[in-house]
Ligand binder design. Structure first.
Ligand SMILES: C[S@@+](CC[C@H](N)C(=O)[O-])C[C@H]1O[C@@H](n2cnc3c(N)ncnc32)[C@H](O)[C@@H]1O
Length: 255
């Protein structure tokens, strides 16, 4: 842009006196400078100039949704704490892939139609989970559906044994889950998730929050463009201003 500006400046110098003054005045106005920027660096929307996403299913129909690529990354870091008695929401997706030395798995769901659920309960109801029973509780991409996120985290926290770990992942940015209707109601920034966990788990909790995503990954994810359609370096670059996923681990002190 600076080079173009120099070229335009040089060109205006060659103009006759009064035209030169008019051209200089016009180019010094912010409106002209913005118009010049748009002319010199036009956005080429290509196939993304559309009002509907490329995939209405987050990219599941094209490959791996971008957030799921990041979830796998996070769970491979978190794998060492997925052990012993584990609680997971809906299905054992992450326990079975990343757990080790797992002695039992309880599956919790509010949905009574879930035949796999061993605990049918609203996680937001205090005491709906047994006290001090799990070494690890996994809440992947669920907090956005609950009525009371803080009460949900507090309930999960009280279900952990001393030394246990609570693993939570939330969308920072995502299309609305239209299948969930009104239930899809929250998104978090990483700092908001950290604050919520600190409030729900109390000062003794050790909370770590990490984020994944960048502008390109966010654009791809909103369109349902799959992770396989981006380059590794494009997926792996982290830009916290455009994070799409926040993942947290809160650990309870041992007695
Ligand atoms: C998107 S799934 C999350 C788990 C899944 N393994 C995953 O990785 O996406 C969300 C699940 O949370 C359940 N759910 C929503 N609100 C809940 C609540 N308040 N208490 C318990 N389960 C809830 C839904 O019924 C659904 O089975």
């Amino acid at each position: 842009m600076a080079a173009v500006r120099q070229r335009v400046k040089r060109f205006t110098r060659t103009l006759p006196g009064p035209v030169k003054t008019l051209a200089r005045r016009a180019l010094s106005r912010p409106l002209a400078s913005r118009r010049l920027k748009r002319l010199v660096r036009p956005v080429r929307w290509g196939t993304l100039r559309r009002l509907e996403p490329v995939s209405a299913r987050w990219g599941f129909d094209r490959g791996t949704p971008v957030d799921r690529f990041y979830l796998d990354r996070f769970f491979s870091f978190a794998a060492p704490v997925i052990r012993g008695r584990v609680l997971e929401v809906r299905d054992p997706a992450y326990t079975s892939r990343f757990g080790h030395d797992v002695t039992s798995v309880e599956l919790v769901d509010i949905d009574p139609r879930n035949d796999e659920a061993t605990i049918v309960a609203d996680l937001g109801d205090a005491g709906s989970l047994p006290l001090e029973s799990f070494d690890c509780a996994i809440l992947p991409q669920t907090l956005q559906f609950v009525d009371d996120p803080r009460a949900t985290l507090a309930n999960l926290w009280q279900s952990l044994v001393p030394g246990g770990a609570l693993i939570v992942t939330v969308p920072c940015l995502s299309r609305v889950d239209s299948d969930a209707g009104e239930a899809d109601r929250w998104r978090w920034l990483p700092s908001g998730l950290g604050q919520l966990l600190a409030q729900a788990c109390g000062p003794a909790a050790h909370v770590d929050v990490v984020t994944f995503g960048n502008l390109l990954a966010a654009t791809a994810f909103l369109h349902g463009v799959a992770a396989e359609e981006l380059r590794r370096t494009e997926l792996e670059t982290v830009d916290s201003s455009h994070a799409i996923l926040a993942c947290a681990m809160a650990t309870k002190p041992s007695r």
